[in-house]
Design a protein around this ligand. Structure first.
Ligand code: BES
Ligand code: ZN
Ligand code: ZN
Length: 494
């Protein structure tokens, strides 16, 4: 698997050089006091540009060599948070993308609480938005070819701003790795190639990567996970990543990801329409990979174990059938009613293994688990399911501060009865109609052995067919920035 360098260059300078394309930020109501020439002020006023958040204005400065001047509205100065500056940075990228090769961005920094921080956030947002996946294109298109290669941000203290940018960039790099593996086609990305990618990408950063193959998993009793992969020609894998850079006596945080590299539904075959979407059914495992990369790049003082259950769900003569009963790693038996409810089977063994082997203080899993979560929440929020209210609060808050939001669902025991089986301990699908995302989470809960745990259903947020504020079309990397923030705020030692 080749991983292209897919972002623009960013640097920081102290003054605006002459003769370059320029993007000027203007706060709401501050056109008059802004740093632009009087003639431009007049033009801005004529165009009803007031500096409202998101307003754009583009013109030319005519001289020997005409240069583009763009203005962007920043909104009211005193209402802007870090996240808003990232959004503005992303907008700067979008405005300049097809217009300029090298863009210079200037903001009025006087009156800002922390100008260096604000400018570094602009840069982080532009960098995050600039990632693209085009390494399989052999021809370039004429329509809106991206020209932009570099953005220079003007800032009072370039060195300090650069330092802040460098620290935060680690999180973007993790997010990009996630977006990359989620974007790779399923003929390139399958359980073994994901394992190889984890080794190649993470071992050089000092992370320990262990891979259990089918023989080892069979010996240990991963029958729920192996059952899902048994119809595939590809070998299933369990990838375990260790980042143990915290205090020796700190029990680790376990992050567990669903890694179905392609979900055909198996014998309970999915309809053909949009089946290609199921390449991103490994999104949860992609977040584990990217998150651990981010933690290692910024040398986080914390102990984290990442566990990725990797399988391909295919129909074939060896595939699992509806009505099969498997004995999971936990010892509980599972009646398979629908081979398309495979993610919970993979996670049942991965979660059990994580808590049994590593005795974590807390576990979070991420999975593109149910179509129903997209119906309920769309692309904005991931579903949050947990056995611990404090954990829910921590995750909700982290999500709000990086704009990867989560919404808590009920987990009452009434939903639990729905998955009791007549012939085994549990069945892999609820019998009632509705609450599909909750019954899926209740299934997982039976395999966490009472460890404080949260499940994030990211089926709606992993991929977006439309462009978003901080991401282009396609993979979002949703979960990396959220869990990084959650770990940073609640578990890292200074
Ligand atoms: N991978 C799907 C869920 C999914 C749907 C992810 C849309 C991303 C976008 C999952 O394995 C699945 O098929 N779930 C079934 C469960 C049902 C059979 C109980 C579903 O949601 O329909
Ligand atoms: Zn499925
Ligand atoms: Zn699936």
């Amino acid at each position: 698997m080749r991983i292209q360098d897919a972002t623009i260059q960013v640097d920081f300078i102290s003054t605006v050089p002459e003769g370059h394309d320029l993007l000027v930020g203007i706060f709401e109501g501050e056109v008059e006091t802004s740093c632009v020439k009087d003639s431009l002020k007049t033009a801005l006023k004529a165009a009803d540009f007031t500096g409202k958040k998101g307003q754009c204005f583009s013109t030319w400065s005519l001289g020997d060599t005409p240069k583009r001047i763009m203005c962007i509205g920043l909104g009211k100065k005193d209402t802007l948070k870090k996240q808003n500056f990232k959004e503005i940075g992303a907008k700067c990228f979008v405005m300049g993308a097809c217009k300029s090769e090298h863009l210079h961005v200037v903001l009025p920094t006087q009156g800002l609480e922390n100008p260096d921080c604000a400018i570094s956030c602009l840069a982080i947002g532009a960098h995050l938005r600039s990632w693209k996946f085009d390494q399989y294109k052999t021809k370039t298109e004429d329509s809106c070819q991206q020209k932009l290669k570099k953005i220079s941000f003007v800032t009072p203290h370039p060195d300090e701003t650069q330092k802040l940018f460098h620290e935060a960039k680690a999180i973007n790099e993790g997010n990009f790795l996630t977006r990359h593996v989620v974007s790779e086609p399923p003929n390139v990305l399958y359980p073994e190639s994901m394992a190889q990618c984890a080794k190649e990408q993470l071992e050089p950063l000092g992370l320990k990567v262990d891979v259990l193959g089918e023989a080892k998993m069979r010996e240990l009793g991963f029958n729920a996970l192996l059952g899902v992969g048994q119809g595939s020609a590809r070998e299933s894998q369990l990838i375990v990543i260790e980042w143990m850079n915290g205090p020796k006596d700190q029990a680790p945080i376990a992050i567990v990801g669903k890694g179905v590299t392609f979900d055909t539904g198996g014998i309970s075959l999915k309809p053909r329409t949009n089946m290609d979407d199921m390449k991103y059914d490994m999104g949860g495992s992609g977040v584990v990979l990217g998150l651990l990369k981010a933690l290692a790049l910024r040398k986080a003082k914390v102990n984290v174990i990442g566990v990725m259950g990797m399988v391909e769900n295919m129909p074939s003569g060896t595939a699992q059938r509806p009505a099969d009963i498997v004995k999971s790693l936990s010892g509980q038996t599972i009646e398979i009613l629908d081979t398309d409810a495979e993610g919970r089977l993979v996670l049942a063994d991965a979660l059990w293994y994580a808590q049994d082997r590593y005795k974590p203080q807390v576990m979070v899993d991420l999975a593109t688990l149910t179509g129903a979560i997209g119906v309920a929440l769309g692309h904005e929020y991931a579903g949050l399911f947990s056995n611990n209210d404090n954990l829910c609060e921590q995750l909700t808050e982290a999500g709000l501060s990086v704009d990867e939001k989560v919404w808590k669902f009920p987990m009452d025991s009434v939903f639990d009865k729905d998955i009791d089986s007549d012939v085994a301990d549990v069945k892999n699908m609820g019998s009632g109609r509705g609450a599909g995302s909750i019954t899926a989470a209740k299934f997982l809960e039976r395999f966490v052995n009472n460890v404080p745990w949260a499940h994030l259903d990211i089926a709606g947020t992993t991929w977006d067919k439309k462009e978003r504020t901080l991401t282009g079309k396609g993979a979002t990397g949703f979960g990396v920035r959220l869990l990084n923030e959650w770990i940073c705020k609640n578990y890292e030692t200074a």
